[in-house]
Structure formats: C-alpha cells, structure tokens
Design a protein around this ligand. Structure first.
Ligand SMILES: [Zn+2]
Length: 102
C-alpha cells in the first residue's frame, strides 16, 4: 500500500513510519529534515512553517483521500478511531504532539 506520513520524525509520526516500513508499505515521509529519518522511506522535505499553503493543501488532500479510502474499504469508523486523540497526543496530551523524538 502507498502511504504518506506527515511529520514522520515526530513522536507519533516516527512510530507510524517504523510500523509502515516494517510492514512493507511504500511510504513517503513528509518531514522538515530528511536526514532525521532512520528507516528506508522516500522523503519529501517540507518546512510546514513556511510551506506554500496551496501546495500543502493539495498534498494533505491526497493523504486524506487515501485515509478515507482505506477506512471505507476496511470498514474502519474514522470518527471512532480518531476519538483516542480527542485529548491530544496520548503521551504528552498536546495538540500538536510535543513529544521529543525517540
Ligand atoms: Zn506527544
């Protein structure tokens, strides 16, 4: 499966990236600094603080379309799945996550 993981060097992103690569998925990691990636994934360097808003909207739209498609095909209720993040990151409880990189 082709996956795009935004902020793939952050706390949750790093874990998602490691699991996706280990499972054999074709992963594109959207990160500020590709040198921080520890696993074999294609990287797209994007500084989200200065990103082109239209380009970022386009890329995130693609990622969202993939996510919704996978949820529909597998019968996953995305609203219920996202509920565990209602209080922010499960570890630091901030939104966005402020956990230090592992
Ligand atoms: Zn966190």
């Amino acid at each position: 499966m082709k996956l795009t993981i935004v902020a793939a060097t952050g706390g949750i992103g790093r874990q998602a990236l490691e699991q996706a690569v280990a499972a054999g998925h074709d992963v594109t990691a959207v990160v500020r600094d590709p040198s921080k990636l520890s696993r074999g994934a294609r990287a797209v360097a994007v500084d989200l603080a200065v990103a082109d808003p239209a380009a970022l909207e386009h890329e995130l739209g693609d990622a969202l379309a993939w996510l919704v498609s996978v949820a529909n095909v597998t019968g996953v209720d995305l609203e219920r799945a996202a509920a565990r993040y209602a209080d922010g990151c499960p570890r630091c409880h901030h939104t966005p996550c402020t956990c230090p990189p592992a």
